[in-house]
Design a protein around this ligand. Sequence first.
Ligand code: C2G
Length: 131
Amino acid sequence: MKKVITFGTFDVFHIGHVSILERAKSYGDYLIVGVSSDDLNFSKKGCKPIYSEKDRRKIIKSLSCVDEVFSETSLDLKRQYINDFNAEILIMGDDWKGKFDNHKDQCEVIYLPRTPSISTKKIIEVVKSTE
Ligand code: C2G
């Protein structure tokens, strides 16, 4: 069974998230998703996510292309996560291009094109502007 692993906050869930997860799954048989904890998101983006970790994990787990979800608590634990789950492929959007090449000794690392013109940040801005 070829295990694929990917990571993200997946806040204010949108089509770009669906697309990367469905494409990631197509590279293997089993997709594991590390969903960033609320604290990790704060350290990554300087703000708490809109959706709680509990809700973000439930949304991701509800997708038919996702087989397993866990809490990503640090950006620096990828080596451990990849080992723990015996992942053979790490897939991320290409906004991370090159950032995880140091894991090429552990697994295949693939960066897929981001879905254009949609982002959690943009959605929040639009919603705020209509308040
Ligand atoms: N993504 C995408 N297209 C978009 C927006 C996001 O393909 N329009 C992808 C990102 O490239 C990433 C995934 O969706 O692979 C999740 O994006 P975020 O929730 O923004 O996650 P991020 O902050 O990139 O966290 O350890 C890695 C980090 O946890 C990744």
